[in-house]
Design a binder for this molecule. Structure first.
Ligand code: CA
Length: 226
């Protein structure tokens, strides 16, 4: 059984291109060229993932997100020409899971689709994580870099764990603050930045050959997926 992907996009050229590329990967697709039709298609076709344009002719893509989020947590990847930090934060905070800016690279779109589909079933916490030099044992709470154990404070550990649990995905500043501290300080992310910088010093190399945490400027952070 293959995954079903719903494409909501009003530009016929982009829609055709995306549809073809995604079908070629072996996924089933359904398409909608406006927001209302998109929401209906969502209800009728119960897709596993949604690729959503924001600038639609009838209702705004942001409203499509809110409508879908009333009943489902199906992954939504926004593909939009809107590129300001505020647009991204707003889409992610409204319930979108990821954001790709137009003009997009189809390889990147397919990679993100794989990330989101892969994590759907049994993504329950694995007990260890390994990437390049970094090794984390979640049961024993041990972190090693190139075989050497590194000391993390409790907050740093929680942050690293959160990032790894959502690897490959953008986490907004607000999302992270809510998860770690239980509340968010709108527009004041200074202490979060300090913690992130400290974690980076502990696990990353200065020459960037081992870079795990990627900054999405003005939006948040993304942990490298591979
Ligand atoms: Ca559009």
């Amino acid at each position: 059984m293959s995954f079903k992907i719903l494409l909501i996009e009003d530009d016929p050229v982009i829609l055709r291109f995306l549809n073809l590329a995604i079908k070629t990967e072996g996924y089933e697709t359904s398409t909608a060229n406006n927001g209302v039709f998109g929401v209906n298609m969502f209800i009728n076709s119960s897709p596993d993932l949604i690729l959503l344009d924001l600038g639609l002719p009838d209702i705004d893509g942001m409203d499509v997100i809110k409508e879908i989020r009333k009943s489902a947590n199906t992954p939504i990847i926004v593909i939009s020409a809107r590129e300001t930090e505020q647009d991204k934060v707003q889409a992610l905070d409204s319930g979108a899971n990821d954001f790709i800016t137009k003009p997009f690279n189809i390889g990147e779109v397919l990679a993100r689709v794989r990330v989101w589909l892969r994590e759907k079933p049994n993504s329950e916490n694995e007990s260890t994580f390994e990437l390049l030099d970094l090794f984390v044992d979640f049961e024993k709470r041990i972190i090693t870099v190139a075989g050497k154990e590194v000391h993390f404070t409790p907050i740093e550990y929680k942050l690293l764990e959160l990032l790894i649990q959502h690897k490959g995905k953008v986490l907004t500043h607000n999302f992270i603050q809510n998860k770690i501290w239980g509340y968010s300080t709108v527009d004041d992310y200074q202490s979060l930045r300090v913690f992130m910088a400290s974690i980076r010093r502990k696990i990353e190399t200065e020459d960037k050959s081992c870079q795990y945490i990627l900054t999405e400027v003005g939006v948040g952070y993304r942990f490298r997926d591979s």
